[in-house]
Each structure stands twice: as structure tokens, then as C-alpha cells.
Design a binder for this molecule. Sequence first.
Ligand code: NAD
Ligand code: UDP
Length: 338
Amino acid sequence: MRILLCGGAGYIGAHAYVVLVERGHDVVVADNFSNSSPGVLVRLQQITGHPVPFQPLDLRDREAVVGFFARQQFDAVVHFAALKAVGESCERPLDYFHNNISGTLNLLHGMQAAGVKRLVFSSSATVYGDPASVPVREDARLQVTNPYGRTKLVMEQLIGDLCESDPGFHAANLRYFNPVGAHASGLIGEDPTGIPNNLMPYICQVAVGRREHLSVFGGDWPTPDGTGVRDYIHVTDLARAHADALDFLVRERRNLTVNLGTGQGISVLQLVNAFAGAAERAIPYQIVARRAGDVAEVYADPSLANDVLGWRAELDVDAMCRDAWRWQSQNPQGYPSA
Ligand code: NAD
Ligand code: UDP
């Protein structure tokens, strides 16, 4: 298939690019580099052995998006492009609504005008908020706790309405749990700008000496060791699921909403200890107050993904830590500026 990756220069998109090219697809990356850098394209070329077809594109520019779809033919779109920082979304909700929701609307307009009828969408476990019970199934109550989460829920709903209106349009909403790790080559990985919001990139920056210590947000959660529990999933496993979801849309011609996690809950301290083992160095940390908006425990029931996609996570926490550390230690400051 000829596939467009919107936001394909980002962390998850870059890993999905590699998998899709390995599966023989013809893949084009579109991005505005608002949270990524052209350096990733150089690395993707090194991994795949071929130049990366790239289109500068800002999804907020409807004319540009529709014009692009009018000039190029695609069999499917994978839509990663979004702003994703929870704290920032509380400070600048309108920017999040504009970028994520209006951007998605523009993309859907472009696809509809050009007759492109397959979409894989990056949703998130954030749509479950603070779940009533774990593991979380796809039919759990949806409730969002911040503007970022609201954009993900609204986008799922907009896509759902479009699918309803056009029986030929099929979409897969992939609800990611906590993506971590990096490509086994160490050439691509997570490269956050500024202070990392997420646990794994923060640990990586402590390990490589960019930050003094990790702050563990809360040691008094109702969990086995008192720290927050999440479902960390290796980005390579996650990337594979996108190729499987595209195959599903072609084969089954129906819509899908599915959790992508390992099904295993890991605490902050378990992840810190696993990383210290993989990197063979101590990760200094201090337990501090809980972070506003955090929840105790979230992990997936991933059985639907196994049933309908034949997908399951294969890489364990040690592999996640080993690969995250390989990327960070080989690239202490992230991607070189191109
Ligand atoms: P990322 O920021 O690394 O990648 C997103 C990419 O989209 C970036 O390259 C950015 O420049 C681009 N982009 C943003 N707005 C754009 C616009 N208007 N036009 C064109 N390009 C634009 O993020 P990621 O971690 O790779 O996440 C990918 C997707 O997965 C996002 O939609 C995110 O919300 C979702 N998600 C991520 C996580 C996570 O923890 N990383 C968890 C759940 C869901
Ligand atoms: N966390 C932490 N210190 C940090 C970042 C995160 O203790 O610097 C904790 C956080 O409270 C949560 C877990 O690590 O229990 C995962 O947080 P992250 O932000 O990576 O993912 P999310 O909260 O979105 O699941």
C-alpha cells in the first residue's frame, strides 16, 4: 500500500515508518516538525537504506492539506500528528483544540475529497481517565481529565461519525498505553524538548547525566510499593500493531477500537530498578508529592488486539530499558541538529 504517516517524524511515527517499510509498503512522511527534527529522517534513511519520502505539512492549514491529497494518491493514512503534553494542554487548551481537533478535521476533509478511506488513528489510554477497575477493557467508561485527553476522545468521536456516514470509510483507533524504548539500532528514539514530562525519558536523562535525580511522584499510592503503576509497552511492539491494523482494515472492511498494552502493571520503582540494571548504574531518586491529575494504577486488557489483530506485545521491561538506554547513551543530547 501507499501510506501517508502524518506526524511520522515523531517518536512513534518514526518507529512505525521502519516497520511499514520492512513490510514492503511505500510510505510517505508528512510533518511540521513542531515536536521533532529533520535529523530523524537521516536516521530513518540509515536504518532502511533508502531516502525517506518527506512532505512538509501543517495539518492546521486546510488548503495545504486538501491540495496535497489532490496531488498524491494514498491507500491509507496513519495519523500520529498531535500535541501531547498534558500539563501544557491545561495551560493552552485552545492551541490543543486547534492543533489536534481542527488538524484532524482538515486531514479528514483532505482524505474525503481524495477518496482515501482507511485511517489508523493514535488514540490513548488517557480516554479512560481514572478507571474504575484494572485491567481496562475497551468497553470501560470513557472519561477525560484534561484538555489533551478531551482532544483524543473528541477525535475518536469525529472519526466514528465519519465512519457512520460513509460505510466505505474504515478506521482503527489504537489506544496506546505507555510507549517506551527505542529501535534496536539505537539510531531513533524518544527525544523530548525541554524537561521530560514522562517517566522513561526522565530516567534516561538522569542516567546520562543531564539531570541530577528523578522525582518520584508519590510513594503513598494504593499500589504494592506505593508508587504509580502503568502499562509500559515497547515502541517496536507498538509500531508493529500499526501494520497489523492496516492489514485488518483491508481484510475486514470494518472499524476497530483497540487497546495496545502488555497487560502487565509496572510501578515507578520497578521501572527505575529495571533501568538501573540495564544501564548498570544507579538512578538517584527522591519521593516527592503526587503529581496533580495522576492516578494510581492503569494497565490494559490487551486481549482484543490479540483476537482481532493477532497482535501481542513481545518485548519485556528489560528490553524496553536496554533499548531506551542504548538510544540515550549513543545520543546523549538527542538527534543532532540537521
Ligand atoms: P511526537 O510529538 O513525538 O510526534 C507527533 C508528531 O506530530 C511530531 O513529529 C510533530 O512535529 C507532529 N505534529 C504535531 N502537530 C502537527 C501538525 N499540526 N501538523 C503536522 N505535524 C504535526 O509524539 P508521539 O509520542 O510520537 O505520539 C504520536 C501520537 O500518539 C500522538 O497523537 C500522541 O497523542 C499519541 N500518544 C502518544 C503517547 C506517548 O506517550 N508517546 C501515548 C498515547 C498516545
Ligand atoms: N512519574 C514520576 N516522575 C516523573 C514522571 C512520571 O514519578 O518525572 C510517574 C507518574 O506519576 C506515573 C508514571 O510515572 O505514575 C508514568 O508517568 P508518565 O507521565 O510517563 O505517563 P502517564 O502518567 O501519562 O501514564
